[in-house]
Design a protein around this ligand. Sequence first.
Ligand code: NI
Length: 158
Amino acid sequence: MPILKIAFHPDPILRQVASPIDSADFNAPWLAKLAHNMVETMISRDGIGLAAPQVSQSIRLIIVSTKTGPLIMINPELTKKSLLKDTDEEGCLSIPNTFGQVKRHHSVQVKFTELDGKSKHISAKGLLARVIQHEIDHLDGILFIDKAKKITDNNYTM
Ligand code: NI
């Protein structure tokens, strides 16, 4: 499967609000192909999450890595967020060599559609909850550097 080209900050596609995927496309071969190519791309880059805008597709599709394998989420939506928040380090494949401390909800519930068209509702906490929030932010044109404190790159501390 082909590895896709990553869009790097400040590519304007990363700032667009991505479009919902139409239910007529849930079972479409192009969507399954894109999702699987995104999984390959994420793994090849040692990522733990990837959003479609990062491969220059402005649609609401994300991949998150879990203990049991990659989870493909179509039109993901947070339905519940814990009051409790955690701060931890994040990076992004679209912003290489840059890291920052980001405050996120400790746990979330997320509703999404799977590739077979079935809707699913899951709870996530800790790192998985963090990755889901980071990837959904991508769908709204938000990057972790917008929220991060103590951003560091190779040479500088801000
Ligand atoms: Ni990212």
